[in-house]
Design a protein around this ligand. Structure first.
Ligand code: THU
Length: 138
């Protein structure tokens, strides 16, 4: 099984832990580090709807909080009939750690079908804070 196939399987497995009592839209995610480790995440909804966090950010934050900052790919698994791509907020959060846009985003949907895009296709001009440009030290 290739790295990406395994990543998709992990996202699919994680989906069962999604906490989505409000939308009933379960999402699992799995992110692959440069060093070959995988961290999973699920969407965690909240009674105060706006505090919900997406599966992609949970997976990324778990990895970052354990010392990882370089990533090859992220897989998302849903039960939707068509491909689901990360929301705008998640794209920007992923961009922070993949500003070259080379991160591969894979989405698995109903029937075991998959589609993939580079982060650069999903977010062509993300924001990256650059000390120099922002005038620090001047
Ligand atoms: N959601 C994700 O976890 N990832 C996505 O890419 C799209 C949306 C979640 C947030 C919320 O719990 C539910 O899906 C419906 O928006």
């Amino acid at each position: 099984m290739g790295d990406f196939e395994k990543l998709i399987e992990k996202a699919l497995e994680a989906k069962k832990f999604a906490y989505a009592p409000f939308s009933n839209f379960r999402v699992g995610a799995a992110i692959l580090t440069e060093s070959g480790e995988i961290f999973t995440g699920v969407n965690v909804e909240n009674s105060s709807y706006g505090l919900t966090i997406c599966a992609e950010r949970v997976a990324l934050f778990k990895a970052v909080s354990e010392g990882h900052r370089r990533f090859k790919a992220i897989a998302i698994a849903t039960d939707a009939n068509e491909p689901v791509w990360p929301c705008g907020a998640c794209r920007q959060v992923l961009f922070e750690f993949s500003p070259d846009g080379e991160l591969v985003v894979i989405t698995r949907f109903k029937g075991g079908k998959t589609a993939s895009k580079k982060l650069s296709e999903l977010l062509p001009d993300g924001f990256k804070f650059k000390m120099e440009r922002e005038g620090h030290g001047s």
